[in-house]
Each structure stands twice: as structure tokens, then as C-alpha cells.
Design a protein around this ligand. Structure first.
Ligand code: ADP
Ligand code: MG
Length: 484
């Protein structure tokens, strides 16, 4: 756990996150209007979204199912009865003057998310609730010097608000939480998790307390942070700011702040005294949402394998290290790719090649696993050549580079370039004899006790043979020659 060092002692961060996740659905929560990203302003607005008089909301079953799937993915209680409330406030981008949300009776109750820690262990972070609500529209202040425009495309789009317990203790844990939550939703297909398109946004709640204290301090809430890196930066800045105030004997006032990602600082937006009174009450246009237990159960039976289960299976089935398994399951496409490579092969070797060589190459070229220039079968072909001793692991790296450049198969490259490993004892002995004969002085030095020269002889033989000699055989044969 990371503590913040102040002038008078150490302080602990207490963090709770509220995530707004846009539900993957073709239509909005209470209307049939489209949700496609990037449409022309106000091209996707129904009369319901624009709150014309007399329009009535009709719940979208797909959105309910997505919320339930997500709740089950968070190992949470699903509430068979939940209620939609009106959250009343006035703003130009909210035509009805209220947002339909859930308040006292959300669709999903307590659950948890496991954080994978760097040492291979896991820690559970509590989920307080998940509720369904509508998004608001968007005010555009940058289109004209003296007017504000409103785009209602987003108005009415279905969101899941996912609230964590104040269980997180560092910026790294907050990042790990968001990554795991995003991975779960992507596996489920319930939210695409694209923070740069606004389909996942995060409010950060943070308070500080002296190391060892068990009561909670007063928190500030940083609204609408739109990348994981900014979440980490906002926490770091805000923790320092609060510690400085507390150490000078000041008090933290509960307030809402904004993160300025250009300057890397948080700024006050409104204090608790200005907080809205939302006058929540059940929406009279909507009946309580009642779910059938058998329907929920059926969804549960058909969930895909989620990251934690996949990680456990990779560790058990392929003998992977916990860290490598976490890296591979972070995205479903990587996990699937790995499994295609590992099928019928050495799992650890496959994991190594995928996580180090392949991910390294993809990173360098800025490509995702879906665009990998080397297919899973092609990489498997390379690994087969290592396993059957056709090439050494060392030569395999060159072959891998050549595969990237030419798109040819490993077997073809080995054939064309004559990279086949020398495993013929006679040929290896011949190469060793030649080197020893040419370096008689060094052989004498070695025999008089300069053991370090062993590596020199290995290097010389490798150089003379283009690195193609089987390393283990070379080692054995050289030892015999020198010591025998
Ligand atoms: P609100 O409805 O005003 O946003 P909640 O009680 O629902 O308030 O809490 C919102 C978030 O703030 C939750 O994620 C919760 O874990 C977190 N939180 C609550 N108290 C604290 C605290 N003292 N320090 C840090 N986070 C907190
Ligand atoms: Mg809040």
C-alpha cells in the first residue's frame, strides 16, 4: 500500500469510484432512437428524448438485460424489483427537466471486483450498486462566440452507473479497478469501454486519513474524468492538495471538483451548500421493473467465461505465471489468440512468445492483436520448430523478425535461409576442433584454471556456424573436449 508522506507523518488515500458506462444497445433506454457514435448533431432524437408533451417512455428490454448481465459479471445481487425515479434539475441539455434514474431501489445491489496485484495475489473491492439511468444531452459552447448549442443525440442513451465502496487505496489500484471493470464489460459486450468516445466516464471520490486511522475523512468528488491516466493524475494531485490543507490544521470541505487535464490540477466546481436538491420521486410514467427469477437464471447460465475465471484456467491448464495470465486475459481477443497458439503445444512457451515478442512488436507498430501481421497458426508453426529442435530459441527470434517483415511462414524462412539447427554430433565436434586448434594458447590458459574462457569458446563456435549449433549439445561436447 502506498502512503503519502506529509510533513507531520504518513497519510492514506481512501478512494471510491462512480463509473458511468454507456450500455451497448442499438436504441436508447426509453425510445427507439439510434445510439451510433459520431452522428450529426440532433440526428438521433425521438420525441421522447426531446420531451415533447404527452410522450411516454417505454423501457428497452435489451438495456435491462445488459444491466443484469453486468451485475452477474460483478457477482452482484440482482434485485427482482427495482424502481425508476425522476431526478429533477434544470439545465439546457435536459429537455424534460428531470433525468430518469434509479435511486433507492436499483436493479443491482452489492457485488465485487477482484484486483490482480503485481505480486500475483488478488484483492476484492466492493461494488455498492449498479443502477440504470438516462444520459443527458450535450451543451456545445465552442461553436459560436455568443451562443450555446445543444446536441440531444446522447439524451436518453442508456447508462449503467456503477458505484464502488471506498475500498481503493492508491492511483494504481484505481487504475486496476477501472481496467478490470472495463474488461468484464467488454467480455460481456455490455459496454465498449471507450473512454475517449465518452462511453465510460469516471467520478473520483477521495479523502485522506492518517496512516492507521479507521474512520473516513471528508471527501471531494472529481467529476467526469475521461481517461484512466487522468484518473491517476487527478488522484495524485488531489491527495497532495488535501494533505497540505490537513497538515496546516485546515479542514476539507465536501465539494465537487473538476480535473484540468492540461494543467494536471483539480479545481473547485461547486460546494456541498450549492448541491442540488434533486427531489427524487418514483416516475409515474413507469411501473416498477419486475424481473422473472428464471429469466435472470437463464442469463446467468449463458454468461461467457469472464477474465477471472479465464485467468484461473490459464494458470491451471497451461501452468502460466499469474502475471502472464492477467496480461493475456486483459482483452478477450488476446486470450483467444493465446489459446489458439497454445493448443497442443507448450503453454508456457506459447505465453512467452505472445506476451513478449508478439505484444512487443504490436506495441512498436501501434497495432492491436486483431491486426497482428502474424496469425496464431503462424506463431504456433514457429514454436513447433523450437519444440522439435529444428531451430534454437535464439535463431527463432531472427525467424520471428523475418516473419514480421515478409509474412512468410517460419518453416519457409528456415528453409530459404538455411537456418536449420545443427544437431549432428560429428559436425559439431568438427566445428569445436577447428576453434580449439586455432586457439591453442587459450586452451592452455583454460586448462590452467581460467574457467571463464568456456564462454569464449562457445561464442567462437556459434560465430563460426552462424549460431545454428544446438546450444545444449555444444555445451556438452565442448565440456567433454576441454575436460576430457
Ligand atoms: P453521492 O451519492 O453523494 O455521490 P455516495 O455515498 O453514493 O455519495 O458515494 C459516492 C462514492 O463516494 C462512492 O464510490 C463511495 O465509495 C465514495 N465515498 C464515500 N465516502 C467516501 C470517503 N469518505 N472517502 C472517499 N470516498 C468516499
Ligand atoms: Mg456522486
Amino acid at each position: 500500500m502506498a502512503y503519502v508522506q506529509g510533513a507531520t507523518g504518513e497519510w492514506e488515500m481512501v478512494i471510491g469510484l462512480e463509473v458511468h458506462a454507456q450500455i451497448t444497445s442499438n436504441a436508447k433506454l426509453f425510445s427507439g432512437a439510434s445510439t451510433t457514435f459520431g452522428a450529426a448533431p440532433n440526428a438521433q432524437v425521438s420525441l421522447v428524448d426531446a420531451a415533447f408533451p404527452g410522450m411516454l417512455p417505454v423501457i428497452n428490454g435489451i438495456c435491462v438485460e445488459q444491466a443484469v448481465r453486468t451485475g452477474l459479471g460483478l457477482k452482484a445481487e440482482i434485485n427482482l424489483i427495482s424502481v425508476f425515479d425522476r431526478k429533477n434539475y434544470f439545465y439546457a441539455d435536459l429537455p424534460s427537466g428531470y433525468q430518469i434514474s434509479q435511486y433507492k431501489q436499483p436493479i443491482v445491489g452489492k457485488g465485487e471486483i477482484l484486483l490482480d496485484l503485481p505480486d500475483g495475489s488478488s484483492r476484492a473491492v466492493g461494488i455498492t450498486r449498479l443502477h440504470l439511468e438516462q444520459d443527458a444531452g450535450k451543451s456545445m459552447h465552442d461553436q459560436s462566440p455568443n451562443e450555446t448549442f445543444v446536441d440531444l443525440n446522447r439524451a436518453g442513451v442508456a447508462l449503467m452507473e456503477i458505484v464502488s465502496e471506498p475500498d481503493l487505496r492508491s492511483p494504481e489500484e484505481a487504475a486496476a479497478y477501472l481496467k478490470k471493470l472495463r474488461a468484464i464489460m467488454r467480455y460481456l459486450g455490455s459496454c465498449d469501454g471507450n473512454m475517449d468516445e465518452g462511453s465510460m466516464r469516471c467520478d473520483v471520490n477521495l479523502s485522506m486519513r492518517r496512516k492507521g486511522d479507521t474512520t473516513l475523512g471528508t471527501r471531494c468528488e472529481i467529476k467526469n474524468v475521461n481517461s484512466i491516466r487522468f484518473v491517476q493524475q487527478a488522484i495524485e494531485y488531489e491527495a497532495q492538495r488535501q494533505v497540505e490543507i490537513l497538515e496546516q490544521g485546515g479542514t476539507i470541505h465536501q465539494e465537487t471538483r473538476l480535473f484540468d487535464n492540461g494543467k494536471g490540477i483539480t479545481r473547485s466546481m461547486r460546494s456541498k451548500e450549492d448541491a442540488h436538491d434533486y427531489r427524487y420521486f418514483p416516475d409515474p410514467d413507469l411501473l416498477p421493473l419486475k424481473l422473472d427469477a428464471a429469466w435472470v437464471d437463464n442469463i446467468k447460465q449463458h454468461l461467457p467465461e469472464l477474465p477471472d475465471d479465464k485467468r484461473a484456467r490459464f494458470i491451471g491448464e497451461y501452468g502460466l505465471k499469474p502475471y502472464d495470465a492477467s496480461v493475456l486475459v486483459a482483452e478477450r481477443a488476446s486470450a483467444d489468440f493465446f489459446e489458439r497458439v497454445a493448443k497442443g503445444r507448450d503453454g508456457k512457451l506459447a505465453a512467452n512468445w505472445v506476451t513478449s515478442e508478439l505484444f512487443g512488436a504490436l506495441n512498436k507498430s501501434g497495432k492491436g492483436i486483431e491486426e497482428s501481421p502474424i496469425t496464431a497458426d503462424a506463431l504456433g508453426g514457429l514454436i513447433d520448430l523450437i519444440s522439435d529442435q529444428t531451430i534454437s530459441g535464439r535463431i527463432a527470434k531472427d525467424v520471428f523478425e523475418a516473419m514480421l517483415e515478409t509474412g512468410k511462414s517460419a518453416a519457409t524462412i528456415v528453409e530459404e535461409r538455411g537456418l536449420k539447427q545443427v544437431t549432428d554430433t560429428g559436425a559439431i565436434e568438427q566445428a569445436i576442433d577447428a576453434i580449439l586448434a586455432a586457439n591453442a594458447d587459450k586452451v592452455a590458459e583454460y586448462k590452467s584454471g581460467k574457467d571463464k574462457l568456456f564462454g569464449f569458446f562457445i561464442g567462437q563456435v556459434m560465430k563460426a556456424t552462424g549460431g545454428k549449433v544446438n546450444p545444449a549439445m555444444l555445451n556438452d561436447l565442448l565440456k567433454k573436449k576441454l575436460n576430457g
